[in-house]
Design a protein around this ligand. Sequence first.
Ligand SMILES: NC(=O)c1ccc[n+]([C@@H]2O[C@H](COP(=O)([O-])OP(=O)(O)OC[C@H]3O[C@@H](n4cnc5c(N)ncnc54)[C@H](O)[C@@H]3O)[C@@H](O)[C@H]2O)c1
Length: 337
Amino acid sequence: MKKFKAAVIGCGKISTRHLDAISALENVELVAVCDNKEEAAISTARRYGVKYYTDYEELFRNEKLDAVHICLPHYLHTLVAEKAFENGISVLCEKPMSIDFEDAVRAVRKAKEKNLKYSIVFQCRYNTPSQLVKKRIEDGRLGKVKCGNVTLTWARPDDYYDDSDWKGTWDKEGGGVIIDQAIHSLDLANWFVDSSVTDIKSSLHNRNHSRMQVEDTGEGLIRYENGAIISFFAMNNYLINEPIEIRLCCENGTVRLSYDDAIISYNDGSVETAENEPQKIVTYKDGKEYWGYQHAVQIDRFYKSLAGELPLEISGEEALKIQNIICSIYKSNDSKI
Ligand SMILES: NC(=O)c1ccc[n+]([C@@H]2O[C@H](COP(=O)([O-])OP(=O)(O)OC[C@H]3O[C@@H](n4cnc5c(N)ncnc54)[C@H](O)[C@@H]3O)[C@@H](O)[C@H]2O)c1
């Protein structure tokens, strides 16, 4: 069995999901980690028993890598992905692909030119309830989505932003609740509709975060070529993290979906439900519950695609769809934020 050589760039909060998953996979060898904060690089390298770098270009020059996992602030995602492609390395990058649509398009083009794999993490697609809803839309039991509604009411208090040197800024995070938190549920809704976006209207506000620049509240409407509409409301100035909710009205029934469960009520009176099943690849050492547990599934499938055992899922091209929506939400914002 080929053992792929991998490195993780960015040793912050989400990196443990990637590092734990890689460590559990038989066909992947974690070679090194990289963080420009030497302390973070050293402690992560010690924890996982690998080399460390503080400069990703040096990492690319010194190690013969098959893949890198990009766990960096948003504004660095496409820059580092393109450097990896120039060095012949495939990329699994954390969401979002970028804070700029054209940068994302360029990175996709570069991966294609170099014949390398490029995938973006949207682990919520692998939740059991999300998989069931997608399957029922595709097999016709639910049929096409006619309209939907996405709601996110989460808590990201001031200290969440105070603790970061990039979150809450337009130039480094690229936005707030929409690009960072609601991106997952908007991606799910868009994946379910599976049509081209024709128009987006949005209104973004900062209602209760005096020390950050970006929006903590966003609402809007997405129109699709096939006639479907998705409305959304997201805020991260709530006091607790409520379950996200996606409601869909489809040709043959309605859906109520969260990350943990789905209730499908068919027009013929029957009901189908699903609860999220834990993945069996790894027990993560730490992390936030609201990240879910499916990173390891996407990471495992990414390496299976590198091995030629599976087609690449959530490819750069596929992720451009949600990237376009996110960038259009910011562009069409009719408020002054
Ligand atoms: N999929 C999910 O559910 C999920 C959850 C959390 C975070 N994320 C994403 O993961 C990414 C990282 O988020 P985080 O919360 O771990 O952020 P973080 O700030 O905790 O970690 C980022 C790390 O990158 C390092 N870094 C910054 N510039 C660097 C550079 N030039 N070279 C090397 N290292 C550098 C920082 O020192 C820091 O350790 C973001 O894209 C975020 O949106 C995804």
